[in-house]
Design a protein around this ligand. Sequence first.
Ligand code: MRU
Length: 355
Amino acid sequence: MKVNGKHYRTVWLDGGTVKMINQPLLPHRFEVFECPTHRDTAEAIRTMVVRGAGAIGTAAGYGMAQAALEAADADPHAFLRQAAETLRRTRPTAQNLFYAIDRVLAAVDGVDDPAALRRLAVAEAQAISDEDAEAARRIGEYGEPLIRDGATVLTHCNAGWLAFADWGTALSPVYAAVRAGKTVRVLADETRPRSQGARLTAWELMAEGVDVTIIADNAAGHYLSRGQVDLVITGADRIAANGDVANKIGTYEKAVLAHAHGVPFYVAAPRSTFDSDCSAGTDIPIEQRCGDEVLYAYGWTDEGEWGRVRIAPPGAKAGNPAFDVTPARYITGLITEVGVVPATVDAVAEMLARP
Ligand code: MRU
């Protein structure tokens, strides 16, 4: 997607340096963050300089490529295994992280020539990024017919191009519909505690000229109950074999509300987000983040200073699960790069087996 007329991906590899759009600074500043080593890349994933399942996966793949470039010729495989552990420990829920790390490890498995190993690791990481962007584009094609001209789409968190290498998942059908000439309005949940909806979804939709209205997290029921939402589309961080979906905290309650009001609830995700080793959502590990994200609000003052302000009383405790699980029964369909399928064991298995 374009920023100030220039095409950007969310994350990219430049020589041995991983570069990424610095997401915590958005929407108020657009800067590129540089990670000279795989350890820096892991830290950028952990601290959410880059975030969103697909973008995390792409960054992790590049982090593995960096590790291959950093490894001494003597025993590069031991170094890569160590790098894989460092990257795996960053964010436990996003399946794309593990998918990308395992793919780069598999690509160099049994390769002893150091130059070949480096070349293969870089090529595999680049392929993961390119496939991610292409899958997201195709999700847009399959999702576009679900959005009628004049529709209002509710979304949660940011599952746009900032959350992938390009295009996004939940927002990709919106971009496709707008490019097809349809009028689409988006209601973006603000998505406390890190405000990905208010900051990132609003920023990228406005940059594309899409009509977006930010709503408080607890306002979705009001809009749904008044018939002011035609469909809900969210992304996913991990999808179990039975179609249960882990996504940003608050997704579950939106799905229950949509179900209560007879509004279709779709989840858009590439096949790299599915985890057949999790038979149900209860198997998916849920990341717990620092309570300060809940106790404080973060942002920019009108004077242009970045900072945080305390909301809660000093000494207050906070719980901060970063994701929740939406049971498959609340999901109308899964929008993937090979089509829209029901969230059932059989349909998920058949879809994953397609060429
Ligand atoms: O904590 P984040 O910002 O990485 O969470 C992102 C989400 O929950 C997205 O909705 C999800 O990754 C799907 S889009 C890739």
